[in-house]
Design a protein around this ligand. Structure first.
Ligand code: NAP
Length: 689
């Protein structure tokens, strides 16, 4: 038996004495002793704030994303050691895959999102600037910057790796250090994973601390710059969210709690239809993966009344084929619960459900294990003969247990689903798009995620029970009212959004992005001749002018095939209330603008990879004369590639100085030779001097 250590204030801490002993889920033997005795929690939170926070905040989003990538790769490389330990939680290899590789996958997913969707900067500019004075001299922008505190992350026992990593990834990407507190029962696996992370040396000091055991007075040291992320039971969530740190000092609190998730078989999904079979397959999988100890497991299986008999038989038959036994045996399809105490809780919940349900199946053969010493339990299917009874919608049996029930019509299915009081996820099995719309919109307000399944996604669906890093994980009401992951949404929870008002030049300085009305530097030559590092925000060009002729319009129409009446039909265009005459194609304006601003020779601008925010503000008529202002708006270094991305603010003006087109031109611009991985030999010097 190991005495688990905590990693606090930069070193491993052994508890002074005592500790809760946790047991092997399969053999019942003691595995670990867990205690946080002797930890100075005030110093632990200070260490995160004073050591981890400043280092993380000094890094750009991309630099933090690189940490996540390195960490994810490291955990993938070391995963077998975690798999070996994971068996003691009762998990099969497939269960552990979700936990271990799923967790490392979240790190990689956030690493990639961070590099693709966030700036290579310490400040996130949120949305477009607001013009507050008529003449543009006073504007505002929203910026998002990391909270200056610590993210305390309290996790449930069921996913000791994934549960920790799905909270850690968005926090670190945001620039906020974390203190992880795993559930005592499976803390030995989280401790092993954190040991791998610490030994890798990838994270800066103070970015990650681990508390195995209770949190002592830690919450007393939290305030308005801190976050608490909780996953666990509704009862513990209620206790923690009432702490003065939350209600008096406004620490941000996010809870992921109990959830009686539903699966709804559509009314036209007859027995024998692909949707019926997919429903049965998923209910069985959700009952048996992780022995049903998943927050997203299907607890309520709802079927049209006329199919209740057939669906019950099909699920029961499939459950009868599940092989329950030693999770280390590759033949095993369902392992053990995490502990005999957890099994006792599940059995209590089954007893509580028995008042309003009948047992359909609750026995099985346990292969090659002592089912009493280990925390084994047969998959248990219950059937409700009174689905309106709230008991089946509110009693959570956190194990391989589900209740099947009949509904009369879609409205009934919607109201039964809502009796769950808010859930993480529901699945709908229908081939009928109208029914999918009615059910999905009917239950959406009660859910964080809805999974619509028909035959076309049989092989590609990611599954009812799989929260994905790019999608919101959380749910209203009973599910905790929180939200995790969801791509950058999860990062934003760790940032403070601030509206900053001032002159355009000041806002450019604050945000690091060129703001409309800000000074342009028109004296540095053609900006396309400058390498990435010699290009400043605000470096700009005012191009020569170009008059648009009717021939230009006709030639463009002929070469592209775009003969839209507004360009080609004199009479119809004159009758148009928008144009009042023939106008140039918007795409012709863009092309002419490019002809005005590009530098033709090979040089630092490697490619134009797109445009953003394009708007044609006014029509361009034959005879109009166009000029372009092209201004370096935003720079994003792509580390190690030899180039950076540059977004240019493009304003196309006519002879009256009216903006006819406005957009961002997106380019890749080479670094100076030898810098950031750029080749030493270059065709262009690109220097400003
Ligand atoms: P739990 O008893 O509420 O424990 C959850 C976490 O809270 C554990 O780390 C626990 O630590 C800690 N904790 C308990 N009391 C605390 C206190 N007074 N102060 C600070 N921390 C405290 O839940 P569980 O039994 O481990 O997990 C099962 C439940 O979690 C189920 O109801 C399930 O539905 C829910 N769950 C929800 C999600 C989701 O994403 N919504 C995911 C997984 C599980 P100790 O272990 O040291 O007591």
């Amino acid at each position: 038996m190991r005495t688990l250590e905590s990693f606090v204030q930069g070193s491993w801490h052994s508890p002074e004495a005592g500790g809760v002993v946790t047991n092997h889920a399969v053999t019942g033997d003691p595995v670990a002793s867990v205690s946080s005795n002797g930890i100075d929690f005030a110093a632990t939170t200070r260490y995160a704030r004073d050591v981890g926070g400043p280092t993380l905040r000094a890094m750009t989003f991309h630099e933090r994303a690189s940490l996540l990538k390195a960490l994810g790769q490291h955990l993938f490389a070391e995963k077998e050691m975690l798999y070996d330990l994971s068996t003691a939680t009762g998990a099969t290899r497939a269960d552990s895959w979700i936990d271990i590789e799923g967790g490392a996958g979240v790190l990689l997913s956030y690493a990639s999102k961070g590099r693709r969707e966030l700036p290579n900067s310490t400040v996130l500019v949120d949305g477009e600037p607001e013009i507050l004075a008529r003449d543009g001299s006073f504007i505002a922008a929203h910026i998002a910057t990391p909270l200056n505190g610590v993210a305390v992350q309290v996790n449930a026992f069921n996913f000791p790796c994934w549960g920790a990593l799905e909270k850690l990834a968005p926090a670190l990407l945001a620039g906020v250090p974390a203190i992880i507190k795993p559930a005592t029962q499976t803390a030995f696996l989280t401790e092993a994973m954190v040991r791998l992370i610490v030994e890798s040396g990838i994270l800066p000091d103070g970015a990650l601390q681990l508390v195995c055991g209770g949190l002592g007075d830690l919450f007393d040291h939290l305030g308005g710059q801190d976050l608490i992320g909780f996953t666990g039971s509704a009862a513990t969530a209620a206790l923690l969210r009432a702490h003065p740190a939350v209600v008096e000092r406004s620490a941000r609190f996010n809870a992921e709690a109990d959830s009686l998730n539903a699966a709804i078989l559509g009314s036209e999904s007859e027995p024998g239809s692909p949707e019926f079979d997919l429903f049965v397959r998923e209910v069985v999988a959700e009952m048996t993966v992780k022995a049903g100890q998943k927050c997203t497991s299907i607890r309520r299986a709802m079927v049209p009344k006329q199919h209740l008999e057939a669906a019950t038989d099909a699920v029961a038959t499939a459950l009868g084929e599940v092989r329950v036994g030693d999770p280390a045996d590759p033949e095993t399809s369902m392992g053990a619960l995490v502990s005999t105490a957890q099994r006792a809780e599940v059995l209590d919940a089954i007893t509580a459900l028995s008042g309003s349900t009948d047992v359909v199946i609750d026995s099985c053969v346990f292969h090659d294990v002592d089912a009493e010493r280990g925390a084994f339990l047969a998959p248990t299917l219950l059937r409700s003969n009174n689905p309106a009874d709230p008991n089946v919608h509110t009693t959570e049996a956190f194990g391989p247990v589900s209740t099947i029930m009949g509904y009369t019509d879609p409205a009934d299915a919607i109201s039964l689903t809502a009796l769950g009081g808010g859930s993480l996820v529901a699945s709908i099995y229908t081939a009928d798009p109208v029914e999918a719309h009615v059910l999905a919109t009917g239950i959406a307000a009660h859910h964080g995620r809805i999974h619509v399944v028909d035959a076309s996604v049989a092989d590609s669906s990611t599954g009812h029970g799989s929260p994905l890093p790019s999608l919101v994980h959380g749910g209203p009401g009973r599910a905790g009212g929180g939200e995790e992951m969801g791509g950058l949404r999860g990062v934003r929870h760790h940032l403070q959004t601030t509206a900053v008002q001032g002159s355009p030049d000041m806002l450019t300085a604050v945000t690091g992005e060129w703001m409309p009305g800000s000074t342009r530097d028109l004296d540095s030559g053609h900006p396309f001749k400058l390498n990435f590092e010699n290009l400043d925000i605000g470096t700009a060009i005012q191009t020569d002018s170009r008059t648009v002729t009717l021939d230009d319009i006709v030639n463009f129409a002929e070469s592209t095939g775009d003969h839209f009446y507004a360009h080609m039909d004199e009479e119809a265009a004159a009758a148009s209330p928008i144009f009042g005459g023939r106008v140039a194609h918007g795409y012709l304006v863009l092309s002419l603008a490019a002809g005005l601003f590009v530098w033709p020779d090979p040089g630092p601008v490697l490619a134009n990879y797109g445009i953003d925010r394009c708007r044609f503000a006014k029509p361009t008529y034959p005879g109009d004369t166009l000029t372009v202002f092209l201004t370096c708006k935003r720079k994003t270094l792509r580390a190690g590639t030899g180039y950076g991305e540059v977004a240019w603010d493009a304003q196309v003006l006519n002879q009256d100085k009216d903006v006819v087109a406005a957009y961002d031109v997106l380019t890749m611009v080479a670094n100076q030779p030898g810098v950031n991985g750029a080749p030493d030999e270059s065709t262009e010097s690109g220097g400003k001097a």
